[in-house]
Design a binder for this molecule. Structure first.
Ligand code: NAP
Length: 296
């Protein structure tokens, strides 16, 4: 790879919603960019900006030092990577695969890359395209740290917050699933609460005021996670038995209100399981012990 970061020739394959955002930030940061997309129309904007458009994925693989691939799914990625002379063009170079896939797919791809002499990283994008363009996007990677460091200037350009979370392929994808779990648990909890509030005939604007303006999530989250990190479950605010008793009536309340009680039942079940395992007198972060070992 050339010394000056922006002299690195970077290829982007896939110019869909996400791939085009990745190509945009590489272009605006002055990288020597090459692009290819199956449907030519998505390449036109880049061609008009003077970016060379490959006549095939293999051309881009041949011409670049780092190849970023972001396609619909793993099958599409392998279709492209295993077609024509793409693998040959990538020999001795770095492939950064940002298509969402399973950890198993990731391991198979890492083995395929090794067989073909390709340095390989895979990543999971934890944001929307607009956040990539705003340089406020964390992308987590797994693969050899030396490969991550060697192409760090390129990874820095892709949203501004590259993080390596494991040396083995597949770890980034598993990490991303943990992050998505937080996102969806929070989002679904919010929507469930809004449904309960409306069904109870209470004003949604006060619900919004409490959950968005008044509630400092960052403070609460930091409190919970710092306690988990230290495995410190001593009670400072409220014991788990208080949480379990307080929340325990919520599923039946939901039934009375005629809204779904599925999510509250899951939460109440977990709290009760923590009591069964002897955490009644511990703080809420002790639920970590139940969740990490569900079958004890
Ligand atoms: P998208 O807008 O639908 O773009 C899909 C791209 O894949 C297009 O360039 C499409 O080419 C190409 N493609 C599909 N099948 C192909 C094949 N067999 N051969 C060659 N090219 C093929 O999707 P996206 O939103 O950019 O998502 C791309 C990846 O990023 C996904 O794995 C997604 O999970 C991940 N991601 C997206 C977001 C997001 O907010 N959008 C966030 C995080 C992660 P054509 O133009 O020819 O159809």
């Amino acid at each position: 790879m050339t010394d000056s970061a922006n002299n690195v020739t970077v290829g982007v394959i896939g110019l869909g919603l996400m791939g085009s955002a990745l190509a945009d930030v590489l272009m605006t940061q002055g990288f020597d960019l090459r692009v290819w997309n199956r449907s030519r129309d998505k390449c036109e904007r880049f061609a008009a900006a003077g970016v060379p458009v490959g006549d095939s994925a293999a051309t881009v693989a041949n011409e670049c030092e780092v190849l970023v691939v972001c396609l619909t799914d793993h099958a599409a990625s392998m279709d492209v990577l295993q077609s024509g002379e793409v693998a040959k063009g990538l020999e001795g170079k770095t492939l950064v695969l940002l298509t969402t896939m399973t950890a198993e797919d990731s391991l198979v791809t890492a083995a395929w890359a090794a067989e073909n002499g390709i340095h390989y990283l895979d990543g999971a994008i934890l944001a929307y395209p607009r956040e990539v363009r705003d340089m406020a996007c964390m992308i987590v990677y797994s693969g050899p740290r030396a490969v991550f460091e060697a192409c760090k200037p390129v990874l820095d350009a892709l949203g501004g917050m590259p993080r390596i979370v494991g040396d083995e392929a597949g770890i980034a994808i598993r990490f991303a699933s943990a992050i998505y779990t937080v996102y969806y648990a929070h989002a679904v909890g919010m929507i469930q609460g809004a449904a309960m509030c409306t069904a109870a005939g209470a004003p949604l604007e006060v619900f919004i005021e409490q959950t968005t303006a008044n509630w400092d999530w960052s403070e609460d989250d930091a409190y919970l996670l710092e306690r988990v990190a230290k495995r410190d479950y001593t009670v400072q605010e409220a014991a788990l038995e208080i949480h379990a008793a307080g929340f325990g009536t919520t599923p039946s309340l939901c039934d009375q209100l005629g809204v779904s009680s599925e999510l509250p039942r899951v939460i109440a079940g977990l709290l009760n399981e923590a009591l069964r395992r002897g955490h009644a007198g511990d703080e809420l972060p002790a639920l970590f012990e139940v969740l990490r070992k569900p079958n004890e």
